[in-house]
Design a protein around this ligand. Structure first.
Ligand code: ADP
Ligand code: MG
Length: 300
């Protein structure tokens, strides 16, 4: 298995990250699996401390996992050398931080900030300026072109930071709680900008948040619990009998590539499941029963 890159932009296979601090081990990721297709707009949610930033830091090339496999657009993040890592962060992975000003140079205007990463390409000054204005337009902040970051609101700064991150057309854009410091109306503008980036530029987008409301803005939401993906919510629109569009969200358990499923805690509690369960294959579903001792003998 060498090339999952054509089918998936992101492959995480049994990803583990253990932090060592003062002799204490913290297992931030414990066997996380994740597959993201090219052009997906994905949200990652989870409680504080569940491992969301750890995952994003690994995928964006800022941190190295302890074990497992992580590839982004065919780049193996465990094998990557230091110089390749820098090129990876420049060309393949864009990043937007929670602190709005972090991705922006304070003494440059919005347009200059966006043109800056384009200097490494053999683009003329006019081409760089045109590209910067194109992106400002796309993200709805054309009126900010000549403003410095401190002359923009938090939401405008964050949309400008998105433009800077995608200026060089990275394959994937990562955003770690980009709306964490914004009110909800402004947060909606930033989510809309991420969606436009995804739809118009075709960038694969992974946005981390602890706000479950984000699921309204994306097609798929993956929940992380204790350093593992635990469930997914898929959103689709369907037509009602009256012909109206309705958004339907369905939650699924994650099935990993070895065929493992984690049962929701409440299911386990409700049926008193422990140690083993009995499975039966039906034509279109799988039945699951408590597997108490003695039951085997009673089976047909
Ligand atoms: P989230 O972003 O979901 O809030 P993090 O990925 O930041 O979660 O953290 C996951 C776990 O790893 C937490 O228990 C956190 O304390 C720990 N952790 C994160 N970064 C470090 C670090 N640099 N050193 C030690 N422990 C860390
Ligand atoms: Mg975090």
């Amino acid at each position: 298995m060498t090339n999952g890159s054509s089918e998936y932009d992101i492959v995480c296979d049994n990803l583990v990250r253990i932090y060592q601090t003062e002799g204490v081990e913290v297992v931030a990721l414990q066997g996380l699996d994740l597959l993201v297709k090219p052009g997906e707009l994905l949200a990652v949610v989870g409680a504080s401390g569940s491992g969301k930033s750890t995952l994003l830091n690994i995928l964006s090339g800022n941190d190295v996992p302890t074990a497992g496999r992580a590839t982004v657009a065919g780049h193996d993040l465990l094998e990557m050398s230091g110089s390749n890592r820098a090129a990876y962060r420049r060309d393949v992975a864009g990043f937007v931080w929670q602190q709005t000003a972090r991705g922006l140079m304070p003494f440059l205007t919005a347009a200059e900030n966006i043109a800056l990463p384009l200097l490494i390409n053999s683009m003329s000054r006019a081409e760089r300026t045109a590209r910067a204005h194109e992106l400002l337009e796309l993200l709805g902040i054309a009126y900010c072109a000549d403003r410095r970051p401190k002359e923009m609101s938090g939401g405008e700064q964050q949309r400008c930071a998105i433009a800077v991150a995608v200026a060089n057309q990275p394959r994937v854009l990562f955003a770690d709680e980009p709306t964490g410091e914004l009110d909800s109306a402004t947060a909606d503008d930033v989510f809309a900008a991420l969606r436009r980036t995804n739809e118009e530029l075709g960038t694969t987008v992974v946005v981390v948040t602890h706000d479950p409301g984000v699921a309204e803005h994306v097609d798929r939401t993956v929940a992380i619990r204790d350093g593992r993906t635990s469930s997914e919510t898929l959103r689709r629109t369907e037509l009602t009998a009256e012909g109206h569009e309705r958004v339907v969200a369905e939650e699924y358990a994650v099935l990993d590539r070895a065929g493992r499923v984690q049962l929701p805690r409440e299911f386990v509690a409700q049926l008193g499941l422990r140690d083993r369960v009995r499975l039966e294959l039906e034509p279109d579903h799988v039945g699951l029963w408590p597997g108490h001792a003695g039951q085997d003998g009673e089976r047909r």
